[in-house]
Design a protein around this ligand. Structure first.
Ligand code: BG6
Length: 482
């Protein structure tokens, strides 16, 4: 039985259709949906970019991108050829007149129309304006925009204002691809689909929360973008903030766009300013056969951070006295993204301290090896008396769902289909993005003013020592990056 839920026929235009994101994520994502039988027969995907290119040349480029970046490419020539039938190309000048009329003629009336802005943000305004004034977009059309959504509150506001000149908020889909990750959605299912957790989900029962997004990749070819960004802007303001919101928010009344986003916004607005001594910034150095950050940074004296750890407090009833520790970095020992919810110890041990046993801990593994486990204390088997051990109640999704389960879909394919469905639940609202910058800005200003240098850490390590210290001084420790 197919569990593919059909979507309406659509025209999807990808501005920046020859770019990196299109080749790595958007087109392979669409191809996966096609392979799964979810792409309507009459759906049309139009790459739009500056280059002069025939449709066949563009299709050849798409084919190459699939060979390189899609795990489905081995499905064979026929499937790829079928997908390519849906692909068209139009040369357009985002800042000029060329190509817009031709693009308009390719669009069909009466079906879903979506425009993906996979281009640098300085072009958002030009494209939005042309879509609107030249009659390519109507009141039901959708636009999809990518991060970076500004680099601070002021630029984010300006971007929101520009888009709002031409589109309603209900037409704007701001992507944070972390929200499209299967496990991230599961987080909401587990929290709000069970009665077990919610009564304990507060400062009375939760000691602290850790959110780690560790990567092994370095900045490589993205040095010039990354150096102006750093881990705080690149990862914390968006991805880690979204994870924090999903853990910390109040139960929304419904799983609907504004109900969910209202609750997330309240969390962001309740964040306390972060103290300077509760942020640790790091920059990787050559070690373990890997290069150092400065080898790619463009500026050999760059003080941009490739690692950050911080202690975050949420000033509301639910979380008063439960800190959230966030950390993310590049060139770390392992690729590991997980959230650890550490419960408090039972108030009294009837077995005596020496019997062992530890606090319950729930681990949500975002990637790799998606799943969850809940550490519980049981009796050590055998006749040796009442000794306690910890065992994980393991819910690795692949095991739990069995071999027939659909493969875990990539974040992008899920989100693109949500755009077609017109469902904004997993997209960021303008005020949410602004609130996140309003919290981030003073933290960044703190080190930019002081020109504070990040601490060095070895490529392939688990980050700077000071990050460990951040928890040690609270009598806690990070989950090992492994
Ligand atoms: C992107 C960041 O948004 O997310 C990258 O710009 C980062 O620097 C990437 O590597 C991580 O995404 P994922 O899905 O690989 O965890």
């Amino acid at each position: 039985v197919s569990r593919v839920i059909p979507v309406d026929t659509f025209d999807l235009v990808i501005f920046g259709g020859t770019g990196d994101l299109a080749r790595r994520k958007i087109l392979p994502g669409l191809f996966r949906r096609y392979s799964a039988g979810q792409m309507p027969e009459a759906a049309q995907v139009i790459g739009a970019a500056r280059s002069e290119m025939s449709v066949n040349e563009y299709r050849a480029m798409v084919r190459e991108a699939l060979m390189e970046f899609s795990d489905k490419a081995e499905q064979g020539e026929e499937v790829i050829a079928g997908f390519l039938q849906h692909i068209d190309y139009q040369q357009v000048d985002a800042q000029g007149d060329d190509g817009w009329e031709a693009l308009r003629e390719k669009l069909r009336d009466g079906i879903v129309r979506a425009f993906y802005f996979s281009v640098a943000p300085f072009l958002f305004g030009d494209i939005a304006e042309r879509l609107k004034t030249r009659g390519l977009a109507d009141a039901d059309s959708r636009i999809v925009v990518e991060k970076p959504f500004g680099r601070d509150l002021q630029t984010a506001r300006a971007l929101n204002a520009t888009l709002a000149t031409y589109f309603e908020e209900g037409q704007i889909y701001r992507i944070d691809h972390y929200l499209g990750k299967e496990t991230v959605q599961n987080l909401m299912a587990v929290r709000f689909g069970n009665i077990l957790f919610e009564p304990l989900w507060n400062a009375q029962f939760i000691d602290h929360v850790q959110i780690t997004v560790a990567e092994t990749v370095g900045v490589g070819g993205r040095g010039s973008y990354y150096d102006k960004s750093g881990a705080m802007r690149d990862m914390v303001q968006n991805h880690l903030m979204q994870l924090l919101c999903l853990i910390a928010m109040e139960p929304p009344a419904r799983f609907e766009p504004d109900a969910v986003r209202d609750e997330k916004l309240k969390v962001i607005r309740a964040l306390e300013p972060v103290l300077a001594n509760e942020v640790v910034r790091g920059q990787y150095e050559a070690a373990n056969g890997e290069d150092g950050y400065l080898d790619h940074a463009g500026d050999p004296r760059s003080i941009t951070e490739s690692f950050i750890a911080l202690k975050v407090r949420i000033a509301n009833w639910r979380w008063q006295s439960t800190p959230f520790y966030l950390r993310t970095g590049k060139r770390l020992r392992a690729r590991m993204s997980e959230i650890v919810v550490r419960f408090r110890e039972p108030p009294h041990s009837i077995f005596g301290e020496e019997a062992g046993g530890r606090a319950n801990e729930m681990t949500i593994r975002l990637q790799p090896d998606e799943g969850m486990d809940l550490r519980v204390t049981i009796k050590e088997p055998g006749p040796g008396g009442m000794r306690l051990v910890d065992v994980p109640l393991d819910m690795t999704f692949a095991d739990a769902l069995g071999p027939d389960a659909e493969e875990v879909p990539d974040a992008y394919e899920r989100l693109i289909m949500d755009v077609i469905r017109g469902n904004q639940t997993l997209f960021m609202r303008g005020d949410e993005v602004e609130a996140a910058w309003a919290w981030t800005d003073p933290i960044i200003a703190g080190w930019e003013e002081g020109k504070t240098k990040p601490a060095k850490y070895d490529s392939g390590s688990s980050g700077p020592e000071a990050a460990l210290e951040l928890l040690h001084r609270d009598g806690r420790r990070w989950r090992e990056i492994r």
